[in-house]
Design a protein around this ligand. Structure first.
Ligand code: PRX
Length: 650
């Protein structure tokens, strides 16, 4: 990479080979974004071409109207003996698996036929609750093959989290596994699945044998994956899907305990997943791409699976934690598999950094040519460390901004053009119009922070709705600036070059190690504790994980505090899962409230950050210094602030 001031550029060789290396693409796209996307869409295989590129009926819109497509027909244009998937298991002594495009195709068809026999039809929901194993890819593609709508649930989510998702989609079939490995332990996933399907419409459970642990079995419901697939033909016609048919629903945290089912459409999703991979990751035929995200998140859907496979390249999937059994496990995998593009979250980068450069001194990472970052803001220090120690100062870094709702990347510098600036995601992808507005809807000036919005015609892969909840769709995304402007809930700013920096969320979403959780859903979980009268959850900055939750509870229980804290953790695990575990729990007499009864979480956040800045809590010492607490006279109970301050500082 070449450095000019604070900006970085790809070197000549990278530029020359990149798909896109001429800035003109931006002007071409801007002239007529719909025409531009139509041209791109034309490179995919459609059973029938669309009649209209874009149709806007605010707050709804459609892309490639009348077109017929199936994403699997586009993936299996590349039928060959080339590896589609390299799977690395967690146990170091276990054999990895490599599936060629041919092999993947056969298994997808077999499962698709099996699903049909189980009564799954086009438009039906199917739940997928699997660890990072090849069967997860096969399951998702098999659903697409027959037009079933998959809902993937992250395997570390709790049975309750699985249940609310299955209840919402009314899926009749669930695909799961007996267990999986996590840091050397076997986790009994089937047990969680059995618990999670209670009070749902699930009639059949397909079980992959992964760990061979003991599980309970229901002859009426449960079917072994192996046995089911063996009997099926390896051929299955792809369903012709309308461009606007739902392809999948992926749930993301809601402001209450009820998650939002984000609906993605077949045509637009396929087009944008394909092209963002091709241009932002510069996929070439011999690339080995490793996106570290679990398929349970949108990043796993789009960039571990759909985008690389649509582009006919090899995707790598790793079952375990990147630092198990040794801190350099991830580095070993990059070297062993000759990974050429590595895409991960800033939390992972900061974790590698904390382990120390000596862990990776011996690795040259010669195969790497491009790096990516996603999911949370990457700070300058982590960016520079990533560039120096992993990219060896030769790999461009694409910092990609997007959301579960956008389905694919919207902001990122293109690697063959640049510029790359630490902590800035860069420019919008060609054909995408965004703006940064103040509260009144006026564009902010250069360097000023405002609200990031997406303007018509948006992008082909933007969500088409919140499943069964049109009010939420309208209120969350299309009401801040009228129904023709998509509100991202992110705060951002632009520099003099037009490069965009994402500052953070404006709503109650916190990103814990890049995972999206709302303080509202955590509060809903904690409030289920029968002895807790009220609670407040705040997100505070964390050196490694970006953000972590801190919980304040008011309880009348006479139990020892440690016991109550343990129970609170239990409720979080039960309702959400281990990703949302708090950094600290404080039991207080009262929470600061306005006279109308609103809990002032802002004050709580300031109290915690102030305490940390004073160095009174060493482990929080990375936090920015606390600001003035502001006017407390409007509080109904100002005394609560002093009480809490004393408690935190104890
Ligand atoms: O706040 C932004 C942050 O993650 C949010 C979306 O989270 P989720 O739906 O889980 O999708 C994550 C993976 C695409 C955004 O509203 N975010 C995502 N990417 C970045 C980011 N923040 C800063 N920089 C990024 N590159």
């Amino acid at each position: 990479m070449l450095k000019k001031g604070e900006l970085y550029y790809p070197d000549k060789d990278f530029q020359k080979k990149a798909w896109i290396n001429n800035k003109k693409i931006y002007q071409q796209a801007e002239k007529d974004p719909v025409k531009f996307w139509e041209k791109l869409a034309g490179e995919l295989f459609w059973f029938k071409k669309w009649q209209k590129g874009f149709l806007h009926n605010p707050p709804y819109f459609q892309w490639f109207v009348g077109g017929k497509i199936n994403i699997t027909e586009n993936i299996f244009r590349h039928l060959s003996d080339k590896p589609a998937l390299i799977w690395e298991p967690e146990p170091v002594n276990e054999e990895p698996k490599i599936l060629t495009y041919q092999e993947l195709f056969k298994s997808v068809n077999q499962l698709a036929n099996a699903l049909k026999i189980l009564g799954v039809k086009k438009g039906d929901g199917v739940g997928i609750y699997l660890p990072m194993i090849p069967e997860a890819v096969i399951s998702m593609l098999a659903c697409c093959r027959i037009g079933a709508v998959h809902t993937v649930v992250f395997s570390a989510f709790s049975p309750s989290a699985l249940r609310v998702r299955l209840q919402d989609t009314k899926a009749k079939v669930l695909i799961t596994a007996d267990g999986y490995f996590r840091r050397g332990q076997v986790i009994n996933l089937k047990q969680n699945a059995d618990e999670g399907i209670k009070e749902t419409n699930i009639e059949k459970v397909i079980v992959v044998k992964r760990t061979g642990n003991e599980i309970t079995w229901d002859n009426q419901k449960d079917l072994w994956w192996e046995e089911l697939l063996q009997k099926q033909s390896q051929e299955c016609q792809a369903e012709q899907m309308d461009s606007e048919d739902a392809m999948f629903i992926l749930y993301t945290s809601g402001s209450t305990g009820q998650p939002k089912g984000i609906v993605h459409a077949c045509g637009g999703y396929a087009v944008q997943a394909y092209w963002t991979g091709k241009w932002i990751f510069d996929f070439h035929q011999d690339d080995i791409f490793w996106c570290t995200s679990d398929q349970g998140w949108i990043t796993g859907h789009t960039y571990t699976i759909y985008s690389p496979l649509l582009n006919g390249i090899t995707t790598l999937m790793f079952e375990g934690a990147p630092d198990f059994p040794t801190p350099d496990r991830w580095a070993q995998i990059i070297e062993k598999r000759k990974v050429s593009i590595f895409y991960t979250a800033p939390t992972a980068i900061r974790m590698f950094e904390k382990y120390g450069a000596h862990h990776i001194e011996k690795y040259k990472f010669e195969s790497l040519r491009l790096l990516g970052s996603v999911g949370e803001p990457i700070d300058t220090a982590a960016w520079l460390w990533y560039s120096k120690n992993i990219g060896k100062e030769k790999c461009p870094i694409v910092d990609t901004w997007w959301q579960t709702e956008t389905g694919a990347i919207l902001l990122s510098s293109l690697p063959g053009i640049g510029p790359f600036k630490p902590a800035f995601t860069g420019l919008p992808f060609p054909g995408i119009k965004v703006d940064i507005l103040d509260k009144q809807g006026k564009a902010v000036s250069e360097g000023e922070e405002g609200r990031l919005v997406i303007l018509p015609p948006f992008c082909p892969s933007l969500l088409r709705g919140v499943y069964k909840n049109p009010e939420k769709y309208l209120k969350t995304y299309w009401s801040q600036y009228g129904n023709k402007v998509y509100f991202t809930s992110d705060s951002a700013l632009k520099d003099k070059n037009g490069l965009i920096r994402i500052v953070g969320r404006l709503d109650d979403v916190i990103k814990i190690a890049g995972h999206r959780v709302t303080t509202g859903e955590m509060e809903a979980a904690v409030n289920l504790h029968p002895e807790i009268t009220e609670c407040a959850v705040i997100g505070i900055p964390d050196e490694i994980k970006g953000e972590v939750p801190v919980i304040f509870i008011v309880t009348w229980s006479k139990k020892p505090l440690d016991k109550i804290k343990e129970e609170v953790v239990g409720w979080i695990k039960k309702e959400i899962g281990p990703i949302a575990l708090p950094k600290e729990i404080y039991s207080v007499n009262d929470l600061p409230k306005t006279r109308s009864g609103k809990i002032m979480r802002r004050i709580l956040r300031k109290l915690v950050t102030q305490a940390a800045a004073k160095g009174e809590k060493e482990d929080l010492s990375s936090l920015p210094s606390g600001e003035d607490l502001g006017d407390l006279s409007t509080l109904a109970n100002p005394q609560s602030v002093d009480d809490i301050k004393n408690m935190i500082n104890q």
